[in-house]
Ligand binder design. Structure first.
Ligand SMILES: Nc1nc2c(c(=O)[nH]1)N[C@H]1C(S)=C(S)[C@@H](COP(=O)(O)OP(=O)(O)OC[C@H]3O[C@@H](n4cnc5c(=O)[nH]c(N)nc54)[C@H](O)[C@@H]3O)O[C@H]1N2
Ligand SMILES: Nc1nc2c(c(=O)[nH]1)N[C@H]1C(S)=C(S)[C@@H](COP(=O)(O)OP(=O)(O)OC[C@H]3O[C@@H](n4cnc5c(=O)[nH]c(N)nc54)[C@H](O)[C@@H]3O)O[C@H]1N2
Ligand code: SF4
Ligand SMILES: [Mo]
Length: 725
């Protein structure tokens, strides 16, 4: 007898509803949930991987402890004891900053990691805290903090009501959207065009999204800030600036006008490769549309001027009155208000309050840029990193210059990974603590409900109960926190009293389940108690297994602003001060134009998810995807044909990959996806190893960062390509 379980897919930001059919202890089918009010039956091919992950024989189910070159399974108690003891020893000998933490992307897709994980990882007291933020959305968070007063106050495009959408550096048809939770972007874009709206994609590649858009403009990598300055220039020069109701609580319009006056499209075109007439036409159309949104994402962030770009992208929406307006970019009203909760968990905002030890890169929200981790391990001196906790991350493949990190990890005094796989990164750990699979723990999209194009709430109960020998992520961290923060939990330290205190602490941390925090958050939230008996509670979510629709996004300003004066700061000082760096880039780019140099960008694939879904046979089958895209002109100049093995090299390193010649990429640009390079020795991911590919991050440069925000510049790396005979 099959039973059907409804829940959210946790593999990407779209949070689609899935119906999981189970017979005994096997998943027999994963389908889209037609009754989910948000996703309405849509799923992408990755959803089936939820079953593959759960049943994967390579997935670790018990802690592993390394002994020399081999691993042995250990009891949880022994593993916890070892981890806490070794981390303590490192800290006692070298100070708190000798401990480093890296939190990877799946953290945001996991309720337990978002709650209990932070209690341990963000409260360890080290400045060497790192996360995927600094290889991702940090520029948006910085702009949100500086302009709107809270790092999590990032507006999302009101996709279902806009008439004019500009997409800069995002490929939502493949990524399924980011900082824009919207199941079935393809369907939603189709609806946008069916109601007479237009979509413009600005990207160095004619992407899957560009193909279904009305218009695609190629842009040279790393020049979005210059393009946006010119877009703003036209808006001001042609009298198209109409902030509307935003004017009464926005500062800096005149200052912005003065800045952008210096960037007419003719000045930036040699760098961006976008014709001045195209910039003018786009500015006019954007201003004329009844409802319009300018949305920038990853490609606009992970570049040397990512900070400026994210600011200017929001600024375009402010001066045209599109911020906080239906069909523009809007703030959500999530059932659990993440902002106060996040502050409690240590996401305290703040920028450049301190810098990294070696390169003096700025801190953001208590974290340092991932691009600095390798040098912080390699460089001797007080504060040198000697122990590392990786949590839901695979930085050997995902960090810029991952190959360098890979060479350094074996030299650490101690490393522990909270991760279900023995992979490229975790193989260097001394202890691996594997959590339950997504189907074994409860879920609520705490993060993505905050970045969703409609207000929605959905609770997903576990499909399978965890076995007695399994631990959820939250249980792992609750246990670590109890043992770490209570001195008495070190055996013998406080004698019998210590043991008592330790037991009480453990009961407290393990007694507070994610569901309890969720329940409090729901009741205290804007759709909770204040709505009276119709208010949301966990019980109501449980009674609605397909999810609850809470309506379209609503205007939230000025009340939602976190700035001290409750006003939008249109021109925060840090951006003004960063403009000379842009000017230098413009000059350099113009000098390079017309040369035959190549720069590297990334690429995502629908059946992939960063580095960790390659162990599912049905997701990796088919022709190899880790190919280097290059333009026919650049291929001809190097005697390269599709299928040839080519060497892609930078100052940092090189990889050999098959070439794929296509005019979907602009001349002078090459593209290789990230997350591959599974052929490394000592991993335990059979399928991935058989589809190894090569890691683009062996070629990216840790020294290339946006100096303003600390975000890694994964786009625009200068490379050479040659045929391998
Ligand atoms: N060149 C280049 N590099 C990039 C990017 C790019 O576009 N180009 N993209 C960047 C971006 S946007 C990101 S977000 C990062 C992603 O990079 P990372 O944040 O390092 O994440 P992944 O590579 O996806 O690795 C995820 C790890 O988490 C583990 N995991 C999965 N689910 C869970 C869970 O529920 N609990 C725990 N404890 N572990 C789990 C997996 O086994 C895997 O080891 O990569 C970045 N790197
Ligand atoms: N299938 C799949 N889905 C995913 C992921 C995945 O790995 N696979 N990863 C998830 C994660 S962690 C994230 S953060 C999101 C990211 O989701 P998106 O933000 O949509 O990111 P990408 O799909 O990488 O698209 C980035 C686009 O930027 C372009 N680009 C590169 N450099 C530049 C530039 O300098 N300027 C401009 N304008 N464009 C540029 C690239 O060609 C690419 O088309 O996707 C998530 N969803
Ligand atoms: S789009 Fe994302 S959330 Fe939806 S099924 Fe695919 S991976 Fe899961
Ligand atoms: Mo990401």
């Amino acid at each position: 007898m099959a039973t059907t379980h409804y829940r959210s897919c946790t593999l990407c930001e779209a949070t689609c509803g899935v119906a999981i059919e189970v017979e005994g202890d096997r998943v027999v089918a994963v389908r889209g949930d037609d009754d989910d009010p948000f996703s309405r039956g849509y799923i992408c091919p990755k959803a089936t991987a939820l079953a593959d992950l759960h049943h994967d024989p390579d997935r670790l189910r018990r802690p592993l402890v390394r002994e020399g070159a081999s691993w042995r399974e250990a009891a949880w108690d022994e593993a916890f004891e070892l981890v806490v003891r070794r981390l303590r020893e490192v800290r006692a000998a070298h100070g708190p900053n000798a401990l480093a933490v890296y939190q990877g992307n799946p953290t945001v897709h996991n309720l337990g990691l978002l709650m209990h994980g932070q209690v341990f990882l963000r409260k360890l007291g080290t400045r060497n805290a790192y996360s995927a933020t600094s290889v991702d959305q940090l520029p948006h968070m910085l702009a949100a903090l500086m302009m709107f007063g809270d790092q999590l106050l990032m507006p999302v495009p009101d996709l279902d009501r806009t008439d004019h959408l500009i997409i800069l550096g995002g490929n939502p048809l493949v990524s399924n959207g980011s900082i824009m939770t919207a199941p079935d972007v393809k369907g939603r874009l189709k609806a946008l065009r069916a109601r007479g709206g237009t979509v413009t994609v600005i990207d160095p590649r004619r992407t899957e999204t560009a193909v279904v858009a009305d218009r695609h403009l190629f842009i040279r990598p790393g020049t979005d800030a210059a393009f946006l300055l010119s877009l703003l220039h036209v808006l001001f020069a042609e009298g198209l600036v109409r902030p509307g109701r935003l004017a009464s609580f926005t500062d800096g319009l005149d200052e912005l006008a003065a800045i952008v006056a210096a960037y007419p499209p003719e000045r930036t075109a040699p760098a961006t490769a976008i014709a001045p007439d195209d910039v003018r036409a786009l500015a006019r159309a954007f201003a004329a549309a009844p409802r319009a949104a300018c949305y920038g994402r990853l490609g606009m962030c992970t570049q040397e001027l990512g900070g400026l770009s994210a600011w200017l992208c929001y600024a375009v929406n402010v001066v045209t009155g599109r911020l906080d307006a239906p069909g523009g970019i809007m703030f959500t009203t999530p059932a659990v208000d993440l902002l106060p909760l996040a502050r409690r968990l240590g996401f305290d905002g703040g920028h450049a309050r301190w810098t990294s030890r070696v390169r003096e890169l700025p801190e953001f929200g208590g974290e340092l840029p991932l691009a600095a981790l390798a040098e912080e391990i390699a460089t001797p001196g007080p504060g040198q990193v000697r122990a590392l906790v990786t949590s839901a991350g695979n930085p050997v493949l995902s960090a810029p210059g991952g190959g360098r990190l890979e060479a350094l990890l074996p030299g650490l005094d101690f490393m522990v990974s909270v991760d279900p796989y023995l992979n490229e990164t975790t193989r260097f750990a001394h202890v691996i603590l594997p959590p339950t699979s997504p189907l074994e723990h409860a879920h609520y999209d705490l993060a993505f409900a905050g970045f969703s194009v409609r207000n929605v709430a959905k609770y997903s109960p576990p499909v399978f109960e965890r076995g007695p020998d399994q631990r959820h992520d939250w249980e792992i961290y609750a246990e670590l926190a109890a043992r770490w923060f209570v001195p008495g939990s070190a055996p013998g330290l406080l004698g019998p009293l210590g043991a008592l205190v330790a037991r009480a602490a453990r009961a407290t941390t393990l007694g507070v389940t994610p569901e309890m925090v969720l329940e409090l958050g729901l009741r205290a939230g804007p759709h909770g108690l204040r709505k009276g008996k119709d208010g949301l509670s966990l019980a109501r979510l449980r009674a609605n297994p397909h999810g609850v629709d809470l309506g379209p996004l609503e205007p939230r300003l000025p009340g939602r602003l976190g700035t001290r004066d409750r006003r939008i700061a249109l021109v925060p000082a840090i951006y003004r001060a960063d403009l000379p760096r842009l000017d230098a880039h413009l000059a350099a780019a113009a000098a390079r134009a017309g040369g035959d140099g190549l720069v590297l960008i990334g690429r995502r694939h629908l059946r992939s998810n960063n580095s960790w879904l390659h162990n599912s046979e049905r997701l990796v089958k088919g022709k190899p995807r880790c190919t280097l895209l290059l333009h026919p002109r650049d291929a001809a100049a190097r005697g390269i044909a599709s299928g040839d093995a080519v060497r892609l090299a930078s100052r940092a390193g090189e990889v050999v990959v098959p070439a794929e010649v296509s005019d979907e990429i602009m001349a002078g640009v090459v593209s290789l996806p990230h997350g591959w390079g599974h052929g490394r020795p000592g991993t335990r991911t059979q399928v991935a190893s058989a589809h190894a590919g090569a890691s683009v991050n062996d070629v990216t440069l840790p020294e290339l960062v946006d100096l303003l925000s600390g975000t890694a510049a994964l786009s625009g790396v200068e490379v050479t390509v040659e045929r391998v005979s």
